[in-house]
Design a protein around this ligand. Structure first.
Ligand SMILES: Nc1ncnc2c1ncn2[C@@H]1O[C@H](COP(=O)(O)OP(=O)(O)OP(=O)(O)O)[C@@H](O)[C@H]1O
Ligand SMILES: [Mg+2]
Length: 308
């Protein structure tokens, strides 16, 4: 079971759309995929579960919020008990792979603030121990899920670098960075990777220095940048977009996928209401080729890099 965090500080770059459609494409090709929504905006959750059903069946005690609130209580919730198989997706997959989801909650934003209060401590040693114990929460939680149950876990992160996002980085094997081909979206990538490296270094330093308790060190790999919303001209990315792609390819220590997702405003305009990622709607209308142009190639590169 490979754990992949889908992350970019910048909002609206296509994190959630990539998570759901890549997940669905992989499932269509027979893979077992678990998606985890860590964003208080709950966009991924509401792409699969209607707000009414969510309110009635999930909001109270079946979201990542209730799990995070319970993890250090006397009766912690089992992370696996939050897993849900959206029926419409299951039908659309017609017996192929699996696409499950752990839902988010609009109140997750407050949980992030409450978690920050657990970071103090009387001594430096205690502060470091609290840092590790808090940040490895999700890593510990995911390790309780049967590793044969899924080939890959895709974590849809919020557009920030708060504690919950950091938990995802600590928990994952790989980091996938969706980006739009524009100045602001590419500008932050360098900074994001430096922050990820800084967090990993702090965690490992603290883990090595901890006395009395043994903590494993971590080594999440940056899988690469995937460009979303590329417009083509003459068979390749239009020149302005190619410029941003080359700029990222030129950044030291950062790789970019050779494949990319094409922009298609019509396709994505009404996607969330359908309850099924657009790529599956395409396959179900009889096409053997993904309706999300470029997704098949991105999924193929993704599988190659992960070895799944
Ligand atoms: N390939 C595409 N072509 C056209 N529109 C797209 C494409 N991919 C995503 N979109 C649209 O762009 C918008 C932002 O996408 P999405 O919500 O996936 O981004 P995000 O990075 O998850 O945003 P946030 O940071 O708010 O979580 C959405 O309206 C989505 O439908
Ligand atoms: Mg999103």
């Amino acid at each position: 079971m490979k754990i992949v965090s889908v992350i970019n500080y910048k909002g609206g770059v296509g994190k959630t759309s990539l998570t759901s459609n890549l997940g669905a494409e992989l499932a269509w090709r027979g893979k077992k995929v678990l998606m985890l929504d860590l964003d208080p905006q709950t966009s991924l959750t509401f792409s699969f579960i209607s707000p009414d059903v969510w309110e009635e069946k999930f909001s109270e005690d079946r979201t990542i919020k209730s799990w995070l609130e319970s993890f250090d209580s006397p009766s912690p919730i089992d992370l696996a008990s939050l897993i849900y198989t959206p029926e419409r997706v299951e039908t659309a997959l017609r017996g192929r792979g699996k696409l499950d989801i752990i839902s988010s909650h609009l109140g997750l934003i407050n949980v992030d603030l409450e978690l920050a209060t657990k970071l103090g401590g009387g001594t430096i040693a205690q502060v470091k121990k609290n840092f590790i114990n808090l940040h490895k929460t999700l890593k510990v939680g995911l390790s309780t899920i049967d590793s044969d149950a899924y080939d890959v876990v895709l974590i849809d992160c919020p557009p920030n670098f708060n504690i919950i996002t950091k938990m995802a980085i600590i928990a994952c094997d790989y980091i996938l960075v969706p980006a739009r081909p524009d100045f602001l979206s590419t500008m932050g990538i360098d900074y994001l990777i430096r922050n990820v490296n800084g967090l990993v270094k702090d965690y490992n330093d603290f883990a090595n220095m901890a006395q009395g308790e043994k903590f494993d060190s971590i080594d999440p790999k940056v899988l690469g940048v995937v460009f979303t919303m590329i417009q083509e001209y003459g068979g390749g990315p239009m020149q302005a977009h190619a410029q941003f792609m080359n700029r990222v390819k030129g950044m030291t220590g950062i790789s970019a996928f050779p494949s990319y997702i094409k922009r298609n405003d019509t396709l994505f305009a009404d996607a969330p209401e359908l309850g099924v990622p657009v790529v599956l709607n395409g396959y179900n209308s009889g096409s053997h080729q993904s309706v999300v142009d470029g997704l098949e190639n991105v999924a193929s590169d993704f599988r190659k890099y992960l070895g799944i």
